[in-house]
Structures are given as structure tokens and as C-alpha cells.
Design a protein around this ligand. Sequence first.
Ligand code: GLN
Length: 304
Amino acid sequence: MNYKKVLGEVYQQVNKLEDKGTLASYIPELAHVDANNFGVHISTVTGFHYGLGSFQKKFSIQSVAKVFSLCLAYKMLGENIWTRLGVEPSGTGFNSLVQLEKDKGIPRNPFLNAGALVISDILISNLEHPKEELLSFIKSLSKNKDIQYSATIAASEKSVGYRNVALCNFIKSFGNIENEPSVVLDFYFDLCSLEVSCEQLSEMVLFLANNGKTLEDNNEILTKSQSKRINALLQTCGFYDESGEFAFKVGLPGKSGVGGGIIAIHPKQYAIAVWSPKLNEKGNSYRGMRFLEEFTTLSERSIF
Ligand code: GLN
């Protein structure tokens, strides 16, 4: 497969389209991002790397970071984490409260904000220095270790984070948050504020295309079975109430964030990251989704 050629063609084609959608202005700091940014980077299990556009520019990865906190918790505690949250698609938006009451504070899956708050709580309970240890786990996945939390973005989200405050307190009322909600929320806002480039991102999630092991040094991040399960969750829950649409149009496990980033995995082949800040009405990157749809169509490769 000539990925360079296919990526180049698709990039040009999607770059010509009208970029519909809007910036995620509900987090004030995200509204200041240049909407013209459009980057893509692929890392394959054969060691091929290739990027286009603003693929080396760092951006706020927001909910894409939930993949890393989940993998760390899963690595540390194994299947025990599933007593605290489910593995079912929700059919609701990322910050929805509606199912939580019926489900007695057990979030449907780890990629909803509710689920990521529970994973944050698990990490806080099990790590001595949660913020630092999460960052060093994340850095261990990338050759380029220049990755940081953004204090500005975290503070910006915190200043308006009423919905997440409500979610965390609601879950706490059912006993499924052990720590102080304010501590869990601060950790969650820091997690979402991570700034990473497409180049770094595709490399960082490549282990999910490589049976749970890093390509560089064959380091086991997750077992083969755990890696398969994370991909299953990415496929069914990675785009909230647009997960079906993403499976339908793209056909790869993936995860989006309101910063406009998307990662997608083709197990045993590649990991790809796309960034374009304007979002559709479901909170997923408009051009990012279009790009991946055209890419799997033209390359004739998806998991289906
Ligand atoms: N930090 C964002 C929030 O909690 C993450 C949402 C997302 O990227 N979908 O609202």
C-alpha cells in the first residue's frame, strides 16, 4: 500500500471542501485556535511514518486523552476496573447525565465524561503522584517527549466546567467516586488539557495496532487481549452518539476530542491521527471524519 500517495490525494481532496462546523467555544480557550489548521500523521507497524499539513503542531487533545488514562488504569488494575464502569455504547452525548441515574452512578463506558471521571478517580486512588505518573506514562509512549499539560486550557475549562462538576458530584452520590470531587475534577481537567501533535499521537497509540506492544522496543503496554478490548471499546464508544456513524463511514476503532483531534487504529496495520478544529454538531472534527472516511474508502482498508 502506497500510504504516501493515498494520504496526499485524500488530504488535497478534503482540503478543498468547505470546512463546515464550529470551534468548541464552550471551553473559552479553544475558541482562540486557528480553524485553518489541518494535520494528519500515520505510523505503521512496519515502521513507516508520514505526515501532512500541521502534523507537528501541538493542539489540545481533550477527550483523546481518555484513551491514555484508561490504558494506564487497565494496565495497573486489570479487569477489576469493570466493576466501576461499563463497556456499552451510550447513544448519548459525551457530557450527558441522563443514564447515570438509572444506572446508579455506573457510567456506560470509559469514554463518556462520566466514565473518564471514574477512571480519574481510580488513578488518584492508586497512584502516589497521579498527575506526574500519568504524564510519564504518556511520555513513555512517544519518541518526542515534549508533552505537557496546559495550565491555561485546564483553568479555562475549570472556569466553566459546571456540567462536569455536576457529573462528578452525581456519581459521588452513588458512591462510585472515592476521592473529593474537586480533586477528581482538577485531575480530569488537566488530563483533557494535554497538548500533543498528530505526529506524536499516532506514534503513541501505535501499540493498539501492535497487539499492545510498542513498536520501538517491544514493551508490553497492554496484553494482547486487553489491547483487543480497548479497540472494541474505541469502535463502539469512541464517538459517543456518533459511534455508529463513524463505524459506518470509516470502519476503524477511533477516538475524538473537542479540540478537533481524532485517532484511529487499524489493528495489525497502522495508527493515524488527524486534527482539524472545527466540529460537527456531535462535537467531532468535521474534516477529521471526512478525511478518515475518504482514506479508508480510497485505501480500501478498514476492519470490515
Ligand atoms: N474536556 C472536555 C469536556 O469535558 C472533553 C470533551 C471531549 O473532548 N469530547 O467537556
